[in-house]
Design a protein around this ligand. Structure first.
Ligand code: GRF
Length: 201
């Protein structure tokens, strides 16, 4: 698998530490902290900077070329902060996963923790989903739910959600690589009846 990151890369790190076969970590930012971690673990790294391309199409084509050099069965977006073109998404359709820090379909887009607090929801969480052209809307593989506590601020809530991300993304990626995921009319099931939800205190 190939993992795309833009920054810290803690989800990427969780997948590496779970023993998943990561062929390469690619970033659109040369200073993404996660690149150093990956290189330190002997994993191939590459940078394709969006700043080097005048158009989204140009950037996505260069990114696809970098990815395809590793012939991955799975491409995992892990804090990859670029909106991808429909062409890119369709090229990797069915083998492109993302982690989003909310219980989709609630709170697609940015600032999910602040929006969850403002909405007063009592449960929040994260979602691993297949990527489709509509942002943060693809078939849901797994979700982790966490409580929203009275004294939470964005940072405490984000930390609780992140612990869930680090549990469900490696699990979802492993199911994919084992060929266990089946998408039926937009609904994802796992062969073998594994639970697709996690509740964290
Ligand atoms: C995570 O919260 C992820 O859900 C979101 O961006 C953040 C990336 O964190 N898409 P990291 O780079 O994996 O540490």
């Amino acid at each position: 698998m190939v993992i795309l990151i833009s920054g810290r890369g803690s989800n990427m790190q969780a997948m590496v530490e779970a023993g998943l076969p990561v062929a390469a970590v690619i970033s659109n930012c040369a200073d993404a902290a996660g690149l150093e971690y990956a290189a330190g673990r002997g994993i191939a790294t590459a940078v394709v900077s969006h700043r080097d391309y005048a158009t989204r199409e140009g950037f996505d084509a260069a990114l696809a070329q970098a990815i395809d050099g590793f012939h991955p069965d799975l491409v995992a977006l892990a804090g990859f902060m670029r909106i991808l073109t429909a062409e890119f998404v369709s090229r990797y359709q069915g083998r492109l996963l993302n982690i989003h820090p909310s219980l989709l379909p609630a709170f697609p887009g940015l600032d999910t923790h602040a929006r969850a607090l403002a909405a007063g929801v009592k449960l929040h969480g994260c979602t691993v989903h297949f990527v489709t052209v509509e942002l943060d809307h693809g078939p849901i593989v797994m979700q982790a739910a966490v409580p929203v506590l009275p004294r939470d601020d964005e940072a405490t809530l984000a930390a609780r959600v992140l612990a869930g991300e680090h549990r469900i993304y490696p699990q979802a990626a492993r199911w994919f690589l084992e060929g266990k995921l089946v998408i039926d009319s937009g609904v994802v099931r796992v062969n073998g009846d594994h639970p697709q939800q996690l509740y964290l205190p």
